[in-house]
Design a protein around this ligand. Structure first.
Ligand code: ADP
Ligand code: MG
Length: 673
């Protein structure tokens, strides 16, 4: 049974079980559903004479000597030379005393790692090593790399999952054999095997596609149902002719044409006493929040309640603080980290109707919170929330007016698949006073130049973001991590320049504090992982450096870049490419040459092929899917949509498809972790 605890798997002892538990993995099913973030494709063995710097290579070589500590250094660095018939290479290990016992003079292994060059000599640092037979086995499959953020070593996971497949398990499938055959998709269990132990990238893609199909199918079912249900009559009209004028006068700027159009459309619906249920799409910085505030303004003017839900505490607070400037009375901020005592007060105020607008995160969908008259809701960065979260918030009111805000640039054809016939407003232009961001694409040798440029901006009184892909170094992925990168920055920048460090492992109060300090200008540089990605608005920050830019999806890079260029000041974005091969350069050139999210998404699609994969792989992963990429999988999406429509047409209550019904019910009721 997949619902069995992981401790039932052979070889998973008490200690490993505890590790898994700590990472939030309790059942066999949860183990299987933790998918690799990358794969190692072990190359054929090369001759040492063909070693090339930076390349990941394997050499079949014999140790020429025993490992010895490097003279003059602490004993932690161990070195030994190894040779094949063509040449010799030096092996280097750090903090690995055991190596002296296992790898000795005269022994023969295949060594795999990244080649480094130093003073004309080639090195392999911390290579993996295998017997010749083992390496042959290794090459038969791609080796899965799992996220190590949760503190479980890769081989432990791989071993547990392999054992699970060996023991065999029953895996229920929502699709019948006939359906799968018609759709040419593998069954569920096979798709799981293909993802964890693919022979090659084509296989892996087959597995992904199957799971993506399922995701898109259920999304389509949901959309079909939603389209039927969103329409509702409202008793109260929130709007009176001309009321927007006063709202406009709150802002020191005039609204863009798209913002005005969108408000007009909403007014029309309100006058007709229709429920507003609208997606607001607009590139980063296009000013979606103004639209949301308009709805809140109308709502609280009539003494009704509004709730604004954002995906992170940082964002919720930012919106709350902006809202305070417009409507200072009877509004609150409710966060997970709000004290119990304060929460109780807020709950009371909301239940009694004394509080009219509440800003928060998922804290808004907690059981204990009920409203006296919830008339409107706004979901910011809607793609970050699952269906269940939306529905939970909606249920706290009686068919409340609802706005969904999203910055994911999508082609028109895709909008049809994602939103069906639901109303959609697109904010096409940015505010008039914005200068286009200037972009630069640089190599790692130019890092110091980038730092100098940042320093210049700081001297002008501006602030800077520096983005790294990871928090800590990962055993198998050689990328820059914020914790170690801080030292690199510290070495370069004068002491009086203050650096804030932001990443996902900080407690939420810590994150808030770091963010707040940056907003107030108390730190000049914010060094961060992608947690800073969504919606954060610091107008004085004019430059962003993105390390290992090749590691990110283009859509994500675009979102990140959207943190600068949020005022009339000239802004800059510097992409540092550490891979620097033709392909990664071509991708990043796209970023350099365009500031248009939609054009970027399209170009990206042109360049990517199936099986193409890199860390932070999710492209339109910012859309609520974990396996599917609606841009890449548009055709699959179309088929899934068609299947869902046909199924509902023939069987509206899904009575003849009990497994689908059960899964669908789970989708709209269970919480996402
Ligand atoms: P996003 O669409 O990314 O959520 P925001 O709503 O956060 O964008 O707006 C970005 C910034 O632009 C904010 O500081 C906001 O006050 C400002 N802004 C919004 N609309 C306009 C406008 N019409 N003219 C000038 N600035 C605007
Ligand atoms: Mg926003």
């Amino acid at each position: 049974m997949l619902s069995d605890g992981i401790e039932k798997i052979k070889g998973v002892g008490e200690k490993t079980t505890a590790l898994f538990h700590k990472a939030g993995i309790y059942t066999k099913e949860e183990l299987l559903n933790g998918f690799p973030i990358s794969y190692i494709d072990y190359p054929p063995v090369s001759r040492i004479v063909d070693a090339r710097e930076k390349e990941w290579m394997a050499f079949s070589a014999v140790l020429q000597e025993d490992f010895r500590g490097r003279p003059g250094t602490a004993k932690e660095i161990l070195l030994a030379r190894a040779f094949d018939s063509s040449g010799e290479i030096t092996l280097q290990f750090f903090h690995a005393p055991y190596i002296r016992k296992t790898v000795k003079k005269g022994m023969h292994f295949v060594f795999y790692g990244q080649v480094k060059e130093f003073q004309g000599r080639y090195y392999l640092q911390q290579p993996k090593y295998f017997s010749i037979e083992d390496y042959r086995e290794k090459r038969k499959l791609l080796e899965a790399v799992y996220s190590s953020a949760k503190g479980i070593k890769n081989y432990i996971r791989r071993r547990a999952i392999a054992e699970l497949f060996k023991e065999d398990f029953a895996c229920s499938d929502v699709f019948s054999e006939g359906e799968l055959e018609r759709l040419s998709l593998p069954d569920k269990k096979e798709s799981l095997r293909l993802l964890h132990f693919p022979e090659n990238f084509q296989e892996r893609e087959k597995g992904r596609k199957r799971l993506a199909f399922e995701e898109l199918f259920f999304y389509s079912l949901y959309l079909e149902k939603e389209e039927k249900e969103y329409k509702a009559e409202k008793e109260l009209s929130l709007y009176e002719e001309g009321e927007e004028k006063n709202f406009f006068s709150y802002f020191p700027f005039s609204l863009t044409a798209s913002q005005k159009d969108c408000i007009l459309e909403m007014n029309t619906e309100l006058l007709r006493k229709q429920r507003i249920y609208r997606f607001i799409e607009g590139d980063v910085g296009s000013g979606k929040t103004v639209i949301a505030f308009y709805l809140i303004y109308l709502t609280i003017n009539r003494g009704k309640q509004a709730a604004f839900m954002a995906p992170t505490e940082i964002l919720a607070r930012q919106h709350y603080e902006n809202a305070l400037k417009l409507f200072p009375d009877r509004i609150v901020l409710l966060l997970g980290s709000t004290s119990q005592k304060e929460k109780r007060e807020i709950y009371k105020g909301i239940a009694k109707g004394e509080i009219l607008a509440v800003f928060g995160t998922q804290s808004l969908i907690q059981e204990g919170l009920s409203f006296s008259a919830l008339e409107s809701i706004v979901i910011d960065e809607q793609h970050r929330f699952g269906v269940k979260e939306r529905l939970k918030l909606e249920k706290k009111g009686n068919c409340p007016h609802t706005l969904f805000l999203s910055a994911t640039p999508i082609p028109r054809s895709l909008a049809k698949l994602l939103y069906g016939s639901l109303p959609l407003s697109v904010l096409k232009e940015k505010p008039a006073d914005r200068l286009p961001i200037k972009n630069a694409l640089i190599h790692k040798e130019e890092q110091q130049k980038a730092f100098s440029f940042i320093l210049e901006e700081i001297k002008k009184g501006r602030q800077a973001y520096v983005i790294c892909p990871m928090i800590e170094e990962n055993e198998s992925l050689p990328v820059e991590a914020v914790l170690s990168y801080r030292k690199v920055l510290r070495k370069f920048f004068p002491e009086d320049i203050r650096i804030g460090v932001l990443h996902g492992k900080l407690r939420s109060e810590e994150k808030e504090a770091v963010m707040a300090a940056f907003k107030r200008g108390e730190t000049e540089i914010l060094l961060s992982t992608t947690v800073v990605e969504v919606g954060v608005d610091v107008a004085n920050a004019t430059v962003m450096l993105i390390e290992n830019a090749e590691r990110f999806g283009l859509a994500q890079l675009h979102q990140l870049r959207g943190r600068v260029g949020r005022s009339a000041l000239q802004s800059y974005c510097i992409f540092l490419d550490r891979k620097d091969d033709e392909k990664s350069r071509e991708r990043l050139e796209i970023m350099k040459n365009s500031n248009d999210g939609f054009a970027i998404a399209k170009e990206d699609l042109r360049l990517r092929g199936p099986g193409d994969l890199f860390f932070g792989e999710r492209q339109s992963g910012e859309l609520q899917f974990s396996m599917a990429d609606p841009i890449l999988d548009e055709e699959l999406f179309r088929i899934a949509r068609e299947e869902a429509m046909q199924m509902l047409k023939a069987d509206p209550e899904l009575k003849k498809h009990p497994k689908v019904q059960e899964e669908f019910f789970k989708m709209i009721t269970t919480d996402t972790p």
